[in-house]
Ligand binder design. Structure first.
Ligand code: F6P
Length: 552
């Protein structure tokens, strides 16, 4: 598109509409329309999405859908699914949907159907996971594997770690999973300190097999293993790799027989459906891993085939475009009221912020509207006792996603009702707030209970809640592999729809390069005594820090 979307009539209409709607309080919108919940909630694919607590009216939704049509969203969805090179800056397809294409219909990249290769790797994963789980795969000294250590970072860590944790209820009873990502030796050392080398299997997960953090951790893990088992040959029984770079895996010393392949058309943060999901499959079994894929596939079908007005990812995304580009929000909270999803906000940070944290269009033109907000959050009740104060009485507009499981993975008397009442209460309180009048009335009530009235009256400004914080509530029955697959796919497609509205490429990540380059340049200065006259071409602050650290 040559014209920036912000210079089109539909954008202007949305801007004007925003000025009108921003003057309403959300509680007024509810007072005006008792049918808001019925109107602005939908049930699909095992979810109820209630988006009524947002700054929207019928007109808003219609205008946002007009925007989606203007940017030709449906055509873009088709391009994504059909294997077109939608990652235009790297000339690659983005076919995470093919990895979970359970219908097995052919999907072509450069004229070649990718499904046979995908299925081949799935079979290899199945054989391997069964061997490990059934204790047929044994360590060098003949003992069954008990600990799986995934070494990877970014997309080669966050997705598998999040899913593995979320599906703890399905873990094999003999096996324990660990995820090592940070290059600080403490992460690996603390993990290894608890492990028995004879029963530990390392999965080295790296799309490129060049990532500094992963390779350093992998080499150190290898040294630890060889030192304890006394023979280089032990590596073959304790290390497998997941990568697109076969040669580099061989150079590391892993036999390609023990390598699980994936392809350059799988983006790192979209890769948990590929062999990168191996730790998940080992922990929960291949049948359950396939249920995860099945769930995601069903959501894919919903996204592809449902009209935009009833399309979960589309509605979700349009709301975020609304808040980011028209209300100028800077951050968005993700609040799972399902402890199993504790790592979901961290996973989502990479998914959304690495995909949408961009400032030029697909064609390289500067953008003049806000794109991705900062995504943050934590498991529901914990957040309430930490940062919700700011949501309730701070100065910023912060939309929130409440992600709510009706049933927990575990059943302890009274716990789940407490979770659910808190989730609903918070969304309600954030939206309705409490006015000065209501606070005063409460003060008088408290006075009758013999509290000190003067003190209560002085407290009123501190005890007023402005409310007016919008939120979505996404409710499901229980976190099964299938529901989790759907949930992740829902957010993936949400990100995609936003990228189409903003005309940005969500599948590259050039923004991670500069820091890596500079780190490589600085590394030699830290590895050996520093020549104080060296000209590294860095600013005086960085040079001062470097000299201080080098000296100490
Ligand atoms: O630095 C960012 C990044 O490139 C992510 O996009 C990716 O998920 C991560 O690094 C890890 O990359 P790899 O799987 O190649 O080690």
């Amino acid at each position: 598109m040559n014209t920036l979307i912000s210079h089109t009539p539909i954008w202007a209409k949305l801007k004007t509409h925003q000025q009108y709607i921003a003057q309403q309080h959300l509680r007024d919108l509810f007072a005006l329309d008792p049918k808001r919940f019925d109107k602005f909630s939908i049930e699909a694919e095992g979810f109820l999405l209630d988006y009524s607590k947002n700054y929207i009216t019928d007109e808003t939704v219609n205008l946002l859908l007009e925007l989606a049509n203007k940017v030709q969203l449906e055509e873009s969805i088709n391009r994504l699914f059909s294997g077109e090179k939608v990652n235009n800056t790297e000339q690659r397809a983005a076919l995470h949907t093919a990895l979970r294409n359970r219908s097995n219909t052919p999907i072509k990249v450069d004229g070649k159907d990718v499904m046979p290769e995908i299925n081949k790797v799935l079979v290899k994963m199945q054989q391997f996971t069964e061997q490990v789980r059934n204790a047929e795969w044994r360590g060098y000294t003949g003992k069954p594997i008990e600990s799986i250590v995934n070494i990877g970072i970014g997309g080669s860590d966050l997705g598998p770690a999040m899913v593995t944790k979320a599906l703890t209820a399905y873990h094999h009873p003999r096996l324990k999973a660990y995820f090592v990502s940070n290059v600080d030796a403490t992460h690996l050392s603390n993990t290894l300190a608890t492990l028995d080398p004879e029963t530990t299997l390392f999965i080295i997960a790296s799309k490129t097999f060049t990532t500094q953090e992963t390779l350093l951790n992998a080499h150190s893990a290898r040294s630890w293993l060889v030192k304890h088992l006394g023979n280089e040959q032990a590596v073959a029984k304790h290390f497998v790799a997941i990568s697109t770079a076969k040669q580099k895996v061989i150079e590391f010393g892993i036999n390609p027989i023990n390598m699980f392949e994936f392809w350059d058309w799988v983006g790192g943060r979209y890769s948990l459906w590929s062999a990168i999901g191996l730790p998940i499959a080992v922990m929960i079994g291949m049948d359950k891993f396939e249920e995860l894929l099945d769930g995601a596939h069903k959501l894919d079908q919903h996204f592809k085939n449902t009209d935009l007005a009833n399309n979960l990812p589309t509605l979700f995304a349009l709301l975020e475009v609304w808040y980011s580009s028209f209300f100028g929000i800077k951050t968005q909270a993700v609040l799972p009221y399902d402890y199993s999803l504790e790592l979901f906000p961290a996973y989502l940070q990479q998914l959304a912020m690495e995909s949408l944290g961009k400032r030029v269009t697909r064609e390289g033109r500067n953008i003049d509207y806000s794109t991705c907000p900062i995504i943050w959050g934590s498991a529901g009740n914990n957040g309430q006792h930490a940062f919700y104060q700011l949501l309730h009485q701070g100065t910023q507009l912060i939309p929130a996603d409440f992600i709510i499981a009706i049933d927990s993975q575990n059943d302890l008397n009274g716990h789940q009702d407490a979770v659910l009442s808190n989730a609903l209460a918070q969304a309600h309180a954030l939206m309705m707030g409490r006015t000065a009048n209501e606070t005063q009335l409460e003060a008088h009530k408290l006075k009758q209970e013999d509290k000190h009235l003067e003190q209560l009256i002085n407290q009123i400004p501190h005890r007023v809640f402005p409310g007016d914080q919008p939120s979505n509530s996404l409710v499901y029955q229980k976190l099964t592999p299938s529901i989790l697959g759907k949930l992740i796919a829902l957010y993936e497609h949400k990100v995609f729809v936003e990228s189409v509205c903003w005309n940005i490429n969500p599948f590259d990540q050039w923004g991670v390069e500069l820091g890596k380059q500079v780190a490589n340049m600085l590394l030699p200065a830290l590895s050996s005594p520093m020549d104080t006259n060296i000209n590294l071409g860095v600013d005086s602050s960085t040079l001062g820090l470097l000299k201080y650290i080098s000296k100490n």
